[in-house]
Design a protein around this ligand. Structure first.
Ligand SMILES: [Cu+2]
Length: 214
């Protein structure tokens, strides 16, 4: 894998983080406890929720692995606990260090989500080398939610997204270390089904979901 100078520069600036969730604001961040399901050791929702739209929402991450499988889930209510049962974005593979902006999130129809509904977004990436890494953000839905400020949700020029290299969830990339209790079975099967539907078995040759241990 070729690493460019700009990628190295980005690497230097984010060298200590697995990944950060910058927008909506993460519930909290502890690098050493990011492996703890469901929210990287932050089990209690915050009171200052980010106002987030029901359609066309965006999520800004800061990636510290040169290659990561990323999945976005959501749990509805004031405190979903670990019930992140709805897949907002099936697993994709992100490549490149630094800023990663995901856009176009819309809440599936039929869930009765209205202005004022609370929820928590969970972003899962694969660990280094196995298990998962978790960041959560508490939100309140509003059809008049402001867009993130300029520059908050952006991509490095080297960032790209490709079809997932595995039909499994990011936290079970190796398929051996995830206990059945660590992930709701409903979201797991939904994610796999969505993956199979969305990518039709497409396999990226040689992309071995390389996770650099930082
Ligand atoms: Cu890491």
């Amino acid at each position: 894998m070729k690493i460019t100078l700009s990628a190295l520069a980005a690497f230097a600036s984010v060298a200590t983080a697995h990944f950060n969730m910058n927008y909506p604001a993460a519930r909290g961040f502890d690098e050493d406890k990011l492996v703890q399901f469901p929210c990287g050791s932050f089990d209690t929702p915050v009171s200052n929720r980010t106002v987030w739209p029901i359609s066309n929402g965006s999520i800004a991450l800061l990636m510290g692995h040169i290659d990561a499988n990323v999945e976005v889930l959501i749990g509805f209510g004031n405190d979903p606990g670990s019930a992140f049962n709805t897949v907002l974005r099936p697993t994709c593979t992100e490549q490149g260090l630094g800023n990663f902006c995901m856009t176009g999130f819309s809440i599936p129809e039929g869930l009765n989500i209205t202005d004022g509904t609370n929820a928590t977004i969970q972003v899962v990436t694969n660990g280094d080398p196995d298990g998962g890494l978790y960041n959560c953000a508490d939100i309140i839905f509003s059809t008049s939610a402001p867009a993130p400020a300029d520059g908050v949700c952006k991509n490095e020029t080297s960032t790209k997204t490709v079809a997932a290299t595995s039909a499994k969830q990011p936290n079970e990339t190796t398929g051996t270390t995830t206990s059945s209790s660590s992930t709701p079975s409903t979201s797991k099967s939904a994610a796999v089904a969505a993956l199979n539907a969305g990518f039709g078995g497409l396999v990226m040759a040689g992309a071995a979901a390389l996770a650099i241990v930082l």
